[in-house]
Every structure is written in structure tokens, then in C-alpha cells.
Design a protein around this ligand. Structure first.
Ligand SMILES: Nc1nc(=O)c2c([nH]1)NC[C@@H]1CN(c3ccc(C(=O)N[C@@H](CCC(=O)O)C(=O)O)cc3)C=[N+]21
Length: 285
């Protein structure tokens, strides 16, 4: 029987500190503000958007959603991002990804102001994550996994950690955050020869592949800590993770659910990044 790692509990613990910091900024005349740039209406984007707006509101900060149609032109998208870069009332910018297929993410990555880049889209921030320099912003979801481990007193130092997935939003940067904390990290992906065996070896197993219920009981070692980063939407429109929770839970020592797991911490990490951006842009703290 595994202890269920509730992201909602972790978020609750982070909330007071965020409120205090936001309050201090507001007393100095700065209202920290997040701008979300969304193209189209993917269900996972909308889920994140709901969570992020709620978290900003609960911690006393502002948010604004800029919505562009699914078929928006590259030019219009770039102009919109430029305008947010220049807007002095905006401290953090989050561009939902992946973008629709006809759009090119590359110029946006180069363009976003690294200081406002609260979800690590810019190569400047990504390079910092890889260098172990925490003066930039790591992707919020990758950092949320670390917050979950810390909250539940699980130290990755010296442990065998397997990360399933190598995306630039979670898998790859998370491997770097874990390495910084002295874990022995294995990254698995679609071409990994013995995926089940590699996962079974892990003391901490992180599922970030984006494939519903792909982590099964036979892939989980006895007593493993299992973190589910997957945000999938099933046929009925319900959120579900990358882990088959029912089957894996009896073998795990700790396991995070979806929803109310890592995703609910992601928005708290995001709110913290917006605060840090507001502090550095306005020069007050
Ligand atoms: N640049 C970028 N970075 C991302 O990290 C990113 C993205 N684009 N595009 C969309 C996906 C999806 N995603 C979620 C994060 C938190 C919740 C979340 O807070 N979920 C709540 C439920 C919220 C609700 O549905 O009301 C929960 O799990 O309990 C959901 C989805 C981040 N993504």
C-alpha cells in the first residue's frame, strides 16, 4: 500500500509563503502578473489555464489570457509575443505548447524575454538548467516533481531514478534537476530496449511520456516511489496520468495521483516564478 502523494497538500504548504511575497510586492506598488498565451483550445492547455488562473488568484496575483485562434499566422503570433515582452505590466509569460503543427516554435524561443520566461522556453533558461545554475527558470512541471519529493521527505541523493520520457518540457530538464541533487538518473524513451526492466530497477520512477496508463505493475519495483507527470485526457474527457494507478499503487511506497498530483504543484511553482520575475523586473523585493 503506497502513501498517496497529494499535490494539493504540497500546494497548500507553498501557498502561505506565496501570499506573503505577493503582499510584499503589492505594498511596494507592484502587482505581479502572469500572461498566458494560448493558441486554439487543447483540453490539457485549458486544464493548466484553469489551474494557473485559480492559483494566481488564490495567492493574490493577476493573470491575463491572450487567446489566438487555432489557425493564427506565425506573424500574428510573433507580434503578440513581442507585445507581451514590451508590456511593463506583465512579469511572466507562459506560452502553451505544443503549438498547432503549422506554427514554428523556434523563433518564439529566441524571442521571449528570458527574464519573463517563467516556463523555460528560452534557450537561455534551458542552458542554465543544464549548467545547474538556478538563477533562471526551470520548466514548472519538472520543478514541481522536485517539490513533491522534498515535501514528502524523499531525498534523491544516491538513489536510482528512472525518468520515462525525454521531452524538453519535462523529461530532459528533470533529469538535470535530479542530477544536481545527486541522483543516479536513467532516461528512458520509445527506443529503450528493456523498458520494463529499467523501470523495475528504479527506486524513484517518474512517468513523463505522455501516454495514458503506460506504466503498469510489472514495470514497478517493490517499494518504489512513483511520480506521475502525465496529463492525458481519456475518451470521456477526464484527466488521467501515465501510470495505471490502481495496479501500481499496491507495489509503491509513495505514489502521486492524476488529477491532484504533480499538476497541482506545477501551478504553485509557476506562481513562484512570476513573483521572482516581478521582483527582478521591478527591482523591489
Ligand atoms: N509550455 C507548457 N508547459 C506546460 O507545463 C504545459 C503546457 N505548455 N501545455 C499544457 C500542459 C498541461 N499542463 C498541466 C499542468 C497543470 C495542470 C493542473 O493544474 N491540473 C489540475 C486540475 C486542474 C483542472 O482541470 O481544473 C490537477 O492535476 O489537479 C493541468 C495541466 C501543463 N502543460
Amino acid at each position: 500500500m503506497g502513501t498517496v502523494m497529494l499535490g494539493t497538500e504540497v500546494a497548500k504548504a507553498m501557498k502561505e509563503r506565496l501570499i506573503q511575497r505577493a503582499e510584499a510586492m503589492k505594498e511596494k506598488g507592484v502587482m505581479p502578473k502572469l500572461a498566458i498565451l494560448r493558441v486554439g483550445a487543447r483540453p490539457d492547455d485549458l486544464s493548466y489555464e484553469r489551474g494557473a488562473k485559480k492559483r494566481m488568484e488564490l495567492t493574490g496575483m493577476a493573470s491575463q489570457v491572450v487567446e489566438l485562434p487555432e489557425d493564427v499566422s506565425q506573424k500574428k503570433l510573433e507580434e503578440t509575443l513581442e507585445a507581451l515582452n514590451r508590456d511593463t505590466s506583465v512579469h511572466g509569460i507562459l506560452v502553451f505548447r505544443p503549438l498547432p503543427g503549422h506554427l514554428d516554435e523556434e523563433p518564439l524561443k529566441q524571442m521571449i524575454d528570458p527574464v519573463k520566461d517563467v516556463d523555460c522556453m528560452s534557450p537561455v533558461n534551458m542552458a542554465k538548467v543544464f549548467a545547474g545554475d538556478d538563477s533562471g527558470y526551470a520548466p514548472c512541471t519538472a520543478e514541481a516533481v522536485m517539490e513533491m519529493l522534498d515535501h514528502y521527505g524523499i531525498d534523491p541523493e544516491g538513489k536510482k531514478v528512472t525518468v520515462v520520457g525525454r521531452s524538453m518540457v519535462v523529461g530532459k530538464p528533470l533529469a538535470m534537476l535530479l542530477l544536481k541533487r545527486h541522483a543516479t538518473v536513467t532516461t528512458c524513451h520509445t527506443r529503450t530496449a528493456d523498458l520494463a526492466g529499467t523501470c523495475r530497477q528504479a527506486q524513484i520512477l517518474v512517468a513523463a511520456a505522455g501516454k495514458a496508463k503506460m506504466v503498469t505493475a510489472d514495470m514497478t519495483g517493490e517499494g518504489a516511489v512513483v511520480l506521475d507527470v502525465g496529463i492525458n485526457v481519456d475518451e470521456e474527457g477526464n484527466l488521467c496520468g501515465d501510470v495505471d494507478f490502481e495496479a501500481v499503487e499496491p507495489k509503491a511506497s509513495f505514489i502521486s495521483p492524476v488529477p491532484r498530483g504533480v499538476g497541482s504543484v506545477t501551478t504553485s511553482v509557476l506562481a513562484g516564478h512570476v513573483l521572482r520575475a516581478a521582483e527582478s523586473i521591478s527591482g523591489v523585493k
